[in-house]
Design a protein around this ligand. Structure first.
Ligand code: APR
Ligand code: PHB
Length: 393
Protein backbone atom coordinates (compact mmCIF):
# COMPACT_ATOMS: atom_id res chain seq x y z
CA UNK A 1 0.00 0.00 0.00
CA UNK A 2 1.13 3.56 -0.64
CA UNK A 3 -0.03 6.75 1.09
CA UNK A 4 1.29 10.24 1.72
CA UNK A 5 1.20 10.17 5.54
CA UNK A 6 1.21 6.92 7.54
CA UNK A 7 -0.25 7.58 11.00
CA UNK A 8 0.67 5.11 13.73
CA UNK A 9 -1.98 5.05 16.48
CA UNK A 10 -5.72 5.69 16.39
CA UNK A 11 -6.06 7.55 19.70
CA UNK A 12 -7.25 11.16 19.67
CA UNK A 13 -3.94 12.46 18.23
CA UNK A 14 -3.83 10.08 15.25
CA UNK A 15 -7.54 10.35 14.50
CA UNK A 16 -7.59 14.15 14.65
CA UNK A 17 -4.53 14.36 12.42
CA UNK A 18 -6.10 12.06 9.85
CA UNK A 19 -9.31 14.10 9.90
CA UNK A 20 -7.50 17.44 9.41
CA UNK A 21 -5.29 16.07 6.62
CA UNK A 22 -8.15 14.34 4.80
CA UNK A 23 -10.25 17.52 4.79
CA UNK A 24 -7.45 19.17 2.78
CA UNK A 25 -7.03 16.22 0.42
CA UNK A 26 -3.83 14.84 1.96
CA UNK A 27 -3.93 11.05 1.76
CA UNK A 28 -3.30 9.14 4.98
CA UNK A 29 -3.79 5.75 6.64
CA UNK A 30 -4.20 5.16 10.39
CA UNK A 31 -2.84 1.94 11.91
CA UNK A 32 -4.36 1.08 15.31
CA UNK A 33 -3.13 -1.89 17.32
CA UNK A 34 -6.41 -2.36 19.22
CA UNK A 35 -10.04 -2.85 18.17
CA UNK A 36 -12.37 0.12 17.77
CA UNK A 37 -14.38 -1.01 20.82
CA UNK A 38 -11.25 -1.18 22.96
CA UNK A 39 -10.08 2.30 21.95
CA UNK A 40 -13.52 3.77 22.56
CA UNK A 41 -13.86 2.05 25.93
CA UNK A 42 -10.83 3.72 27.53
CA UNK A 43 -11.85 6.25 30.16
CA UNK A 44 -9.62 9.33 30.13
CA UNK A 45 -9.77 12.97 31.24
CA UNK A 46 -12.48 15.28 30.03
CA UNK A 47 -11.58 18.97 29.94
CA UNK A 48 -11.04 20.71 26.59
CA UNK A 49 -9.29 24.05 26.18
CA UNK A 50 -11.05 26.55 23.89
CA UNK A 51 -8.19 26.15 21.37
CA UNK A 52 -8.81 22.39 21.27
CA UNK A 53 -12.55 22.97 20.83
CA UNK A 54 -11.80 25.42 17.98
CA UNK A 55 -9.60 22.81 16.30
CA UNK A 56 -12.45 20.30 16.55
CA UNK A 57 -14.68 22.87 14.85
CA UNK A 58 -12.13 23.22 12.04
CA UNK A 59 -12.06 19.43 11.82
CA UNK A 60 -15.88 19.26 11.52
CA UNK A 61 -16.21 17.08 14.61
CA UNK A 62 -17.71 19.55 17.06
CA UNK A 63 -21.40 18.89 16.64
CA UNK A 64 -21.96 16.62 19.65
CA UNK A 65 -19.35 18.42 21.76
CA UNK A 66 -21.27 21.69 21.28
CA UNK A 67 -24.55 19.98 22.16
CA UNK A 68 -23.43 17.89 25.15
CA UNK A 69 -20.26 19.60 26.42
CA UNK A 70 -20.50 21.71 29.57
CA UNK A 71 -18.91 25.16 29.32
CA UNK A 72 -17.16 26.13 32.56
CA UNK A 73 -16.04 29.69 33.29
CA UNK A 74 -14.12 28.70 36.40
CA UNK A 75 -12.80 25.82 38.48
CA UNK A 76 -12.53 25.13 42.19
CA UNK A 77 -9.51 24.91 44.47
CA UNK A 78 -10.36 23.49 47.90
CA UNK A 79 -7.86 23.58 50.76
CA UNK A 80 -7.78 24.03 54.51
CA UNK A 81 -11.55 23.45 54.75
CA UNK A 82 -12.13 26.30 52.27
CA UNK A 83 -13.54 26.26 48.78
CA UNK A 84 -12.19 28.91 46.40
CA UNK A 85 -12.71 29.57 42.70
CA UNK A 86 -10.37 30.47 39.85
CA UNK A 87 -12.37 32.78 37.58
CA UNK A 88 -11.27 31.74 34.10
CA UNK A 89 -13.48 34.16 32.22
CA UNK A 90 -12.78 37.17 34.42
CA UNK A 91 -9.01 36.73 34.60
CA UNK A 92 -8.11 35.06 31.31
CA UNK A 93 -11.12 35.88 29.14
CA UNK A 94 -11.86 32.26 28.35
CA UNK A 95 -13.47 29.05 29.49
CA UNK A 96 -13.04 25.29 29.17
CA UNK A 97 -15.44 22.62 27.94
CA UNK A 98 -16.08 19.46 29.93
CA UNK A 99 -16.46 16.68 27.36
CA UNK A 100 -15.07 13.18 27.80
CA UNK A 101 -12.13 12.08 25.69
CA UNK A 102 -13.99 8.80 25.22
CA UNK A 103 -16.83 10.68 23.48
CA UNK A 104 -14.40 12.67 21.38
CA UNK A 105 -12.69 9.49 20.21
CA UNK A 106 -16.08 8.08 19.15
CA UNK A 107 -16.90 11.31 17.26
CA UNK A 108 -13.56 11.19 15.44
CA UNK A 109 -13.92 7.53 14.50
CA UNK A 110 -17.48 8.17 13.27
CA UNK A 111 -16.36 11.14 11.16
CA UNK A 112 -13.40 9.28 9.65
CA UNK A 113 -15.34 6.16 8.80
CA UNK A 114 -18.34 8.12 7.42
CA UNK A 115 -15.95 9.95 5.06
CA UNK A 116 -14.41 6.65 3.91
CA UNK A 117 -11.20 7.31 5.87
CA UNK A 118 -8.68 4.51 6.12
CA UNK A 119 -8.30 3.25 9.69
CA UNK A 120 -6.96 -0.27 10.01
CA UNK A 121 -7.88 -1.63 13.45
CA UNK A 122 -6.00 -4.49 15.09
CA UNK A 123 -3.00 -3.56 12.96
CA UNK A 124 0.19 -3.38 15.00
CA UNK A 125 3.06 -1.40 13.60
CA UNK A 126 6.23 -3.40 14.22
CA UNK A 127 8.82 -1.17 12.58
CA UNK A 128 9.33 2.18 10.88
CA UNK A 129 12.15 1.97 8.34
CA UNK A 130 14.16 4.39 6.19
CA UNK A 131 12.62 7.52 7.72
CA UNK A 132 15.94 9.25 7.13
CA UNK A 133 15.27 8.91 3.39
CA UNK A 134 12.54 10.23 1.08
CA UNK A 135 10.96 6.76 0.96
CA UNK A 136 10.05 5.60 4.48
CA UNK A 137 8.26 2.29 5.07
CA UNK A 138 5.98 1.20 7.84
CA UNK A 139 5.76 -2.52 8.57
CA UNK A 140 2.69 -3.83 10.40
CA UNK A 141 0.94 -7.05 11.31
CA UNK A 142 -2.71 -7.50 10.45
CA UNK A 143 -4.83 -10.67 10.35
CA UNK A 144 -1.73 -12.79 10.85
CA UNK A 145 0.11 -11.27 7.89
CA UNK A 146 3.02 -8.85 7.72
CA UNK A 147 2.31 -5.89 5.42
CA UNK A 148 4.10 -2.72 4.35
CA UNK A 149 3.04 0.87 3.69
CA UNK A 150 5.21 3.14 1.51
CA UNK A 151 4.79 6.81 2.42
CA UNK A 152 6.36 10.28 2.44
CA UNK A 153 5.95 10.93 6.16
CA UNK A 154 5.23 8.94 9.32
CA UNK A 155 3.27 10.45 12.22
CA UNK A 156 4.05 8.60 15.47
CA UNK A 157 0.80 9.07 17.40
CA UNK A 158 1.10 5.72 19.17
CA UNK A 159 1.20 6.82 22.79
CA UNK A 160 3.83 6.42 25.47
CA UNK A 161 4.36 2.67 24.89
CA UNK A 162 4.33 2.86 21.09
CA UNK A 163 6.98 1.93 18.57
CA UNK A 164 7.57 5.40 17.04
CA UNK A 165 9.63 7.02 19.78
CA UNK A 166 11.62 3.80 20.26
CA UNK A 167 12.51 3.91 16.53
CA UNK A 168 14.37 7.21 16.91
CA UNK A 169 18.16 6.80 16.84
CA UNK A 170 19.35 6.57 20.45
CA UNK A 171 22.03 9.20 19.96
CA UNK A 172 19.52 11.68 18.51
CA UNK A 173 16.84 11.66 21.24
CA UNK A 174 16.86 12.95 24.82
CA UNK A 175 14.24 12.03 27.38
CA UNK A 176 13.30 13.93 30.54
CA UNK A 177 11.20 12.28 33.21
CA UNK A 178 9.73 12.69 36.66
CA UNK A 179 7.80 9.90 38.34
CA UNK A 180 5.56 10.85 41.27
CA UNK A 181 5.33 8.60 44.33
CA UNK A 182 1.56 8.18 44.00
CA UNK A 183 -1.26 7.44 41.58
CA UNK A 184 -4.90 8.45 41.08
CA UNK A 185 -7.72 6.08 41.93
CA UNK A 186 -10.60 7.14 39.68
CA UNK A 187 -14.29 6.28 39.88
CA UNK A 188 -17.01 6.97 37.33
CA UNK A 189 -20.58 6.85 38.62
CA UNK A 190 -24.07 7.56 37.37
CA UNK A 191 -24.71 10.20 40.04
CA UNK A 192 -25.12 13.98 39.84
CA UNK A 193 -21.77 15.74 40.42
CA UNK A 194 -21.12 17.19 43.89
CA UNK A 195 -19.73 20.40 42.41
CA UNK A 196 -20.86 22.55 39.48
CA UNK A 197 -17.26 23.01 38.35
CA UNK A 198 -14.18 20.76 38.35
CA UNK A 199 -12.68 21.07 41.84
CA UNK A 200 -9.15 20.13 42.93
CA UNK A 201 -8.74 19.54 46.67
CA UNK A 202 -5.60 19.64 48.78
CA UNK A 203 -6.07 17.69 52.04
CA UNK A 204 -3.61 16.42 54.61
CA UNK A 205 -4.86 12.85 53.81
CA UNK A 206 -4.05 13.43 50.13
CA UNK A 207 -5.38 15.01 46.96
CA UNK A 208 -8.98 14.63 45.73
CA UNK A 209 -10.70 15.76 42.53
CA UNK A 210 -14.39 16.24 41.78
CA UNK A 211 -15.19 16.19 38.07
CA UNK A 212 -18.07 15.21 35.85
CA UNK A 213 -19.07 13.96 32.41
CA UNK A 214 -22.60 15.40 32.45
CA UNK A 215 -25.18 16.68 34.93
CA UNK A 216 -25.94 13.08 35.86
CA UNK A 217 -22.53 11.43 35.62
CA UNK A 218 -19.63 12.09 38.01
CA UNK A 219 -15.94 11.43 37.82
CA UNK A 220 -13.93 11.50 41.06
CA UNK A 221 -10.31 10.78 41.89
CA UNK A 222 -8.26 10.39 45.06
CA UNK A 223 -4.49 10.22 45.48
CA UNK A 224 -3.33 6.73 46.52
CA UNK A 225 0.10 5.06 46.84
CA UNK A 226 1.26 4.01 43.34
CA UNK A 227 1.42 0.33 44.38
CA UNK A 228 -2.16 0.28 45.75
CA UNK A 229 -4.37 -2.56 44.53
CA UNK A 230 -7.57 -1.30 42.92
CA UNK A 231 -9.29 -4.57 43.92
CA UNK A 232 -8.80 -3.67 47.58
CA UNK A 233 -10.93 -0.52 47.17
CA UNK A 234 -14.65 -1.20 47.66
CA UNK A 235 -17.01 1.53 46.42
CA UNK A 236 -17.87 2.37 50.04
CA UNK A 237 -14.21 2.72 51.01
CA UNK A 238 -13.69 5.05 48.05
CA UNK A 239 -16.68 7.27 48.89
CA UNK A 240 -15.66 7.44 52.58
CA UNK A 241 -12.12 8.48 51.75
CA UNK A 242 -13.24 11.01 49.14
CA UNK A 243 -15.71 12.59 51.57
CA UNK A 244 -13.00 12.98 54.23
CA UNK A 245 -10.79 14.94 51.83
CA UNK A 246 -13.42 17.47 50.73
CA UNK A 247 -14.65 20.62 52.49
CA UNK A 248 -17.90 19.89 54.39
CA UNK A 249 -20.07 21.93 52.03
CA UNK A 250 -19.03 19.73 49.09
CA UNK A 251 -18.99 16.43 51.02
CA UNK A 252 -22.58 17.04 52.15
CA UNK A 253 -23.74 17.48 48.54
CA UNK A 254 -22.04 14.34 47.30
CA UNK A 255 -24.40 11.67 45.97
CA UNK A 256 -22.87 8.19 45.98
CA UNK A 257 -23.75 5.18 43.89
CA UNK A 258 -22.20 2.08 42.33
CA UNK A 259 -19.01 2.67 40.34
CA UNK A 260 -19.22 2.10 36.57
CA UNK A 261 -15.45 2.14 36.25
CA UNK A 262 -12.67 2.10 38.81
CA UNK A 263 -8.95 2.16 38.06
CA UNK A 264 -5.59 3.40 39.31
CA UNK A 265 -3.32 5.44 37.02
CA UNK A 266 0.28 6.36 37.83
CA UNK A 267 1.41 10.00 37.57
CA UNK A 268 4.34 10.88 35.36
CA UNK A 269 5.93 13.87 33.65
CA UNK A 270 7.87 13.00 30.50
CA UNK A 271 9.23 14.86 27.46
CA UNK A 272 11.22 13.55 24.49
CA UNK A 273 13.33 15.96 22.41
CA UNK A 274 13.32 16.59 19.50
CA UNK A 275 9.98 15.57 17.98
CA UNK A 276 11.22 15.09 14.43
CA UNK A 277 13.67 12.56 12.97
CA UNK A 278 13.78 13.03 9.20
CA UNK A 279 10.36 12.01 7.92
CA UNK A 280 9.22 10.71 11.33
CA UNK A 281 7.26 13.06 13.61
CA UNK A 282 6.19 12.32 17.18
CA UNK A 283 2.90 13.75 18.48
CA UNK A 284 0.78 13.39 21.63
CA UNK A 285 1.60 10.86 24.34
CA UNK A 286 4.31 9.33 22.11
CA UNK A 287 6.29 12.51 22.75
CA UNK A 288 5.20 13.66 26.19
CA UNK A 289 3.21 12.76 29.26
CA UNK A 290 1.82 15.13 31.86
CA UNK A 291 0.30 14.18 35.20
CA UNK A 292 -3.49 14.54 34.84
CA UNK A 293 -3.72 17.48 37.27
CA UNK A 294 -4.89 20.30 34.99
CA UNK A 295 -6.09 17.94 32.22
CA UNK A 296 -3.45 19.00 29.71
CA UNK A 297 -2.75 15.56 28.11
CA UNK A 298 -5.37 15.59 25.37
CA UNK A 299 -5.03 19.35 24.83
CA UNK A 300 -1.31 19.07 24.33
CA UNK A 301 -1.80 16.19 21.89
CA UNK A 302 -4.29 18.34 19.95
CA UNK A 303 -1.82 21.26 19.94
CA UNK A 304 0.91 19.04 18.40
CA UNK A 305 -1.56 17.84 15.79
CA UNK A 306 -2.59 21.39 14.93
CA UNK A 307 1.03 22.28 14.13
CA UNK A 308 1.79 19.01 12.33
CA UNK A 309 -1.37 19.17 10.21
CA UNK A 310 -0.60 22.77 9.18
CA UNK A 311 2.97 21.82 8.34
CA UNK A 312 1.98 18.82 6.22
CA UNK A 313 -0.80 20.73 4.47
CA UNK A 314 1.59 23.63 3.65
CA UNK A 315 4.08 21.05 2.32
CA UNK A 316 1.58 19.37 -0.01
CA UNK A 317 -0.60 22.30 -1.03
CA UNK A 318 1.96 25.11 -1.18
CA UNK A 319 5.27 23.27 -1.52
CA UNK A 320 6.38 25.08 1.66
CA UNK A 321 8.38 23.15 4.26
CA UNK A 322 9.13 25.93 6.76
CA UNK A 323 6.30 24.97 9.16
CA UNK A 324 7.40 21.33 9.17
CA UNK A 325 10.97 22.41 9.88
CA UNK A 326 9.75 24.36 12.89
CA UNK A 327 7.46 21.59 14.18
CA UNK A 328 9.69 20.41 16.99
CA UNK A 329 10.61 23.85 18.33
CA UNK A 330 7.08 25.25 18.13
CA UNK A 331 5.59 22.24 19.91
CA UNK A 332 8.28 21.93 22.58
CA UNK A 333 7.78 25.55 23.58
CA UNK A 334 4.16 24.83 24.47
CA UNK A 335 4.89 21.35 25.83
CA UNK A 336 7.36 22.60 28.45
CA UNK A 337 4.94 25.29 29.59
CA UNK A 338 2.16 22.73 29.95
CA UNK A 339 4.60 20.38 31.72
CA UNK A 340 5.42 23.19 34.12
CA UNK A 341 1.77 23.95 34.85
CA UNK A 342 0.79 20.29 35.34
CA UNK A 343 3.80 19.72 37.59
CA UNK A 344 2.98 22.88 39.57
CA UNK A 345 -0.70 22.03 40.07
CA UNK A 346 0.33 18.50 41.10
CA UNK A 347 2.93 19.88 43.50
CA UNK A 348 0.58 22.27 45.30
CA UNK A 349 -2.32 19.86 45.63
CA UNK A 350 -0.81 16.46 46.51
CA UNK A 351 0.56 15.06 49.73
CA UNK A 352 4.29 14.32 49.54
CA UNK A 353 5.05 12.05 52.52
CA UNK A 354 5.00 13.46 56.04
CA UNK A 355 6.32 16.86 54.99
CA UNK A 356 4.41 19.27 57.30
CA UNK A 357 6.53 22.26 56.26
CA UNK A 358 5.76 21.47 52.62
CA UNK A 359 2.06 21.20 53.44
CA UNK A 360 2.01 24.65 55.05
CA UNK A 361 3.82 26.08 51.99
CA UNK A 362 1.15 24.53 49.74
CA UNK A 363 -1.64 26.13 51.78
CA UNK A 364 0.13 29.51 51.67
CA UNK A 365 0.56 29.21 47.90
CA UNK A 366 -3.08 28.25 47.33
CA UNK A 367 -4.20 31.12 49.58
CA UNK A 368 -1.97 33.47 47.58
CA UNK A 369 -3.00 32.41 44.06
CA UNK A 370 -6.71 32.37 44.87
CA UNK A 371 -6.55 35.66 46.78
CA UNK A 372 -4.57 37.81 44.35
CA UNK A 373 -5.62 39.05 40.90
CA UNK A 374 -2.10 38.35 39.62
CA UNK A 375 -2.22 34.82 41.07
CA UNK A 376 -5.64 34.11 39.59
CA UNK A 377 -4.50 35.41 36.19
CA UNK A 378 -1.44 33.19 36.00
CA UNK A 379 -3.42 30.09 36.95
CA UNK A 380 -6.38 30.96 34.72
CA UNK A 381 -4.38 31.68 31.56
CA UNK A 382 -2.54 28.38 31.88
CA UNK A 383 -5.71 26.43 32.63
CA UNK A 384 -7.61 27.70 29.59
CA UNK A 385 -4.52 27.05 27.42
CA UNK A 386 -1.79 29.46 26.35
CA UNK A 387 -2.51 31.26 23.06
CA UNK A 388 -1.20 30.08 19.70
CA UNK A 389 0.80 32.63 17.76
CA UNK A 390 1.67 33.48 14.16
CA UNK A 391 0.74 30.88 11.54
CA UNK A 392 -0.56 28.55 14.27
CA UNK A 393 -3.09 31.01 15.73
N1 APR B 1 0.84 0.10 16.26
C1 APR B 1 -0.40 0.67 16.12
N2 APR B 1 -1.02 1.34 17.11
C2 APR B 1 -0.37 1.47 18.28
C3 APR B 1 0.91 0.91 18.50
C4 APR B 1 1.52 0.20 17.43
N3 APR B 1 2.73 -0.35 17.56
N4 APR B 1 1.28 1.20 19.77
C5 APR B 1 0.28 1.89 20.33
N5 APR B 1 -0.73 2.07 19.44
C6 APR B 1 -2.00 2.77 19.65
C7 APR B 1 -2.65 2.52 20.99
O1 APR B 1 -3.44 1.33 20.99
C8 APR B 1 -3.51 3.76 21.17
O2 APR B 1 -4.83 3.59 20.70
O3 APR B 1 -1.76 4.15 19.65
C9 APR B 1 -2.82 4.82 20.32
C10 APR B 1 -2.27 5.96 21.14
O4 APR B 1 -3.34 6.65 21.70
P1 APR B 1 -3.27 7.42 23.10
O5 APR B 1 -2.49 6.62 24.08
O6 APR B 1 -4.66 7.81 23.45
O7 APR B 1 -2.37 8.71 22.79
P2 APR B 1 -2.71 10.05 22.00
O8 APR B 1 -3.55 9.80 20.80
O9 APR B 1 -1.42 10.75 21.89
O10 APR B 1 -3.68 10.84 22.98
C11 APR B 1 -3.25 11.63 24.00
O11 APR B 1 -4.65 10.40 25.44
O12 APR B 1 -3.36 9.09 26.85
C12 APR B 1 -4.19 10.18 26.77
O13 APR B 1 -3.53 11.68 28.48
C13 APR B 1 -3.46 11.39 27.14
O14 APR B 1 -5.31 12.66 26.88
C14 APR B 1 -4.10 12.35 26.28
C15 APR B 1 -4.35 11.69 25.00
C1 PHB C 1 -11.63 14.27 34.46
O1 PHB C 1 -12.78 14.73 34.40
O2 PHB C 1 -11.41 13.06 34.22
C2 PHB C 1 -10.51 15.17 34.81
C3 PHB C 1 -10.76 16.52 35.02
C4 PHB C 1 -9.72 17.36 35.34
C5 PHB C 1 -8.44 16.86 35.46
C6 PHB C 1 -8.19 15.52 35.25
C7 PHB C 1 -9.23 14.66 34.92
O3 PHB C 1 -7.43 17.69 35.78
Amino acid sequence: MRTQVAIIGGGPAGLLLSQLLSLQGVDCVVLERRSRAYVEGRIRAGVLEQGTADLLTQANVDERMKREGLVHDGFGLAFDGRSERIHLKKFAGGSVIVYGQTELTKDLNDARLAAGGKIIFEAECVSIDDFDTAAPEVVYKHEGETRTIQCDFVAGCDGYHGVARKSAPQNAIREFERIYPFGWLGVLSETPPATEEVTYANHSRGFALCSMRSLTRSRYYIQVPSDDDVGAWSDDAFWDELRRRLPNAIAERMVTGPSIEKSIAPLRSFVAEPLRFGALFLAGDAAHIVPPTGAKGLNLAAADVRVLARGLIAHYLEGESDLLDRYSDVCLDRIWKAERFSWWLTTVTHRFGEDEFGHRIQLAELDYVTGSDAGQTTVAENYIGLPFEGPFA
